[in-house]
Design a protein around this ligand. Structure first.
Ligand code: HEC
Length: 256
């Protein structure tokens, strides 16, 4: 009986161990804000920070910055996580603009960060660093139109009279990442997609495209009629918000 008790207790302390979010709230959130869309942040930078009056880069900027610039994005995730942890540990002990991972045009108006050397222990740094690492991706999912499997998409498209849009991506394709961060999270894009489309995301290195379609390279978009069989359009290349909305409109016209 005793043994079981200790076993459960050990399990709990693992589950309720240090939370990265709590460390962030206690040690970083007084200066670094949570999510703000990159388009808003761009406008803010153009206003020389008079629009939002931020004290520091936002958490999604930190997350995006480390994912793109620290370690090898093509390597396995665990090794990138370790490198990011080392970077965070290093940066908070000895902040230095030369090490920055957020583009300089977005940070030029900030003062230097004060050093927080010895204010966090190893466990706190590890939890915090994992939290920063995962945050950006979690925000993209939260702010984008939901995506489903192709099988599910066929069902939904038929039921709800919608067009299937398959996004062909690779995890380390920079233009795919740029679209994720700057286009897919924009309100008008999300609204248009939710209203008239069902979205499928396919890593073309891992999965084949349906209906015998060949990947055109990434990023790419494959539109299929509500019947789940007729290909309406196959398009390759980055689109900014306006161009992407125009593309969606053209596809809608052609699907009629
Ligand atoms: C007193 C305010 C303050 C606190 C507290 C603070 N920071 Fe910062 N931080 C800043 C400022 C200001 C900058 C921008 C400095 C720059 O651009 O050189 C910054 C920049 C950074 C950067 C680099 C961003 C880039 O451009 O590459 C990282 C990483 C970072 N902070 C992490 C943290 C973490 C993690 C914590 C919590 C442990 C934290 N900061 C706490 C003010 C703060």
């Amino acid at each position: 009986m005793k043994k079981i008790f200790w076993f459960i207790l050990a399990g709990c302390s693992f589950l309720f161990g240090i939370e990265g979010k709590e460390v962030f709230d206690a040690k970083c959130a007084s200066c670094h804000r949570y999510y703000i869309s990159l388009n808003e942040l761009k406008k803010n930078a153009q206003s020389n920070n008079t629009l939002l009056e931020l004290k520091a880069p936002t958490l999604n900027q930190l997350s995006f910055g480390v994912r793109l610039n620290i370690g090898d994005i093509k390597a396995d995730e665990e090794s990138q996580r370790l490198e990011v942890e080392e970077f965070i540990e290093n940066y908070i002990a000895a902040p230095d603009k030369k090490k920055n991972v957020v583009p300089p045009e977005m940070t030029k108006f900030f003062p230097a960060m004060p050093s927080m050397k010895d204010l966090l222990n190893e466990d706190e740094i590890e939890a915090l660093s994992n939290f920063i690492f995962d945050y950006g991706e979690a925000m993209i999912i939260e702010h984008s139109a939901p995506f489903v499997s192709f099988e599910k998409a066929k069902e939904l498209a038929k039921q709800e009279n919608k067009i299937i849009m398959i996004r062909g991506i690779l995890p380390y394709c920079k233009w795919c990442i740029k679209m994720d961060r700057e286009v897919m999270v924009e309100k008008e894009v999300v609204e248009t997609l939710i209203k008239d489309f069902v979205v499928v995301k396919t890593d073309v290195a891992l999965e084949k495209l349906p209906l015998g379609m060949k990947s055109l390279g990434t990023p790419s978009f494959y539109f299929i009629n509500k019947d789940g069989e007729t290909v309406i359009a196959q398009i390759q290349g980055y689109r900014n918000k306006q161009e992407f909305l125009e593309l969606l409109n053209t596809v809608k016209q052609n699907a009629k």
